[in-house]
Ligand binder design. Structure first.
Ligand SMILES: [Zn+2]
Length: 280
């Protein structure tokens, strides 16, 4: 999955450490992120490759800091350009690509929280934690993370695969949806499966979670066993298709960096887990 960057380590403890020359810069414009590619991998500019600017520390990977460029985006140095981030997801997954996703999520959040939603005052960066603070009314807001579920609905031998309707992602997927306020994540699983494919499930087994940074989402992956009729009733405004697939017939057409993709491959290789998968 995209967050699996070992042996590299993502450190997201809050810090205001000053940037060093070799640290990476995430500079966004309407055209995308400032970067280049080398041998199918993402390369972000270093501090020393850009003119002096206002940089705000986001996190580090190993010892290298990643800083957000604030204010008007800088001119691209030679061999760099601004590229749409959606297309960059097809690059070889590595720590740079993960850092781009996490950094873009934080950039979206900072951009959307420059002004206070309660009084309209100009927000400032929190000094001791990852937050935006309104000096006028005291409102503090924290990064937005939306919990959601990925559900591998199975009957022991077969798995339900879906395709979304009206989205750029056209490969096979699993049942998926967002948690609602006041709802446990287990109830989200049951509700989304019933809404999207009209099936009842039980025997929920938690698999793994994934920070899906591209949409500010934290995904919880579950396997869930069919209970009762296997007749699929499609939620046609969300999905264009949904069907049962025996393990041997599961197509090789899903995302390689996603929890969804890993769960489909797990089912192909092993069937459904009967207890929580050891994630170490
Ligand atoms: Zn305010």
């Amino acid at each position: 999955m995209i967050q699996d960057i070992a042996p590299h380590i993502y450190h997201n403890q809050f810090s205001t450490a000053a940037p060093q020359r070799q640290d990476a810069v995430l500079a966004f414009s309407d055209d995308g992120v400032l970067c280049r590619t080398a041998e199918g991998r993402l390369v972000l500019p270093a501090v020393e490759q850009l003119p002096p600017g206002r940089l705000w520390r986001l996190f580090s990977v190993d010892q290298r800091g990643f800083y957000l460029w604030e204010g008007s985006p800088p001119a691209a140095p030679e061999s760099f350009s601004y590229r749409p981030t959606g297309k960059l997801r097809e690059l070889t997954p590595d720590e740079q690509l993960f850092a781009l996703g996490a950094g873009e999520s934080l950039w979206r959040w900072y951009s959307a929280n420059r002004f206070c939603g309660r009084c309209g005052g100009e927000m400032r960066h929190g000094a001791t934690e990852r937050s935006q603070v309104c000096p006028r009314c005291g409102l503090t807001v924290y990064p937005k993370i939306c919990p959601g579920v990925i559900v591998a609905v199975h009957d022991g031998a077969r798995l339900v695969l879906t395709r979304y309707r009206g989205r750029p992602f056209t490969r096979y997927a699993l049942v998926a949806g967002f948690n609602e306020i006041g709802e446990s994540i287990e109830d989200t699983v049951r509700r989304e499966v019933m809404e999207e494919v009209g099936l009842a499930v039980d025997e929920l087994v938690f698999y793994k979670s994934q920070p899906w940074v591209f949409t500010d989402t934290l995904l919880f992956g579950f396997f869930a066993r069919l209970r009762g009729s296997d007749k699929i009733t499609l939620q046609e405004d969300e999905l264009s298709e949904a069907a049962w697939y025996a393990r041997a017939d599961i197509p090789h057409d899903h995302s390689a960096i996603s929890l969804t993709g890993e769960m489909i491959e797990y089912f192909r290789a092993h069937g459904a887990p009967t207890e929580k998968v050891n994630i170490l």
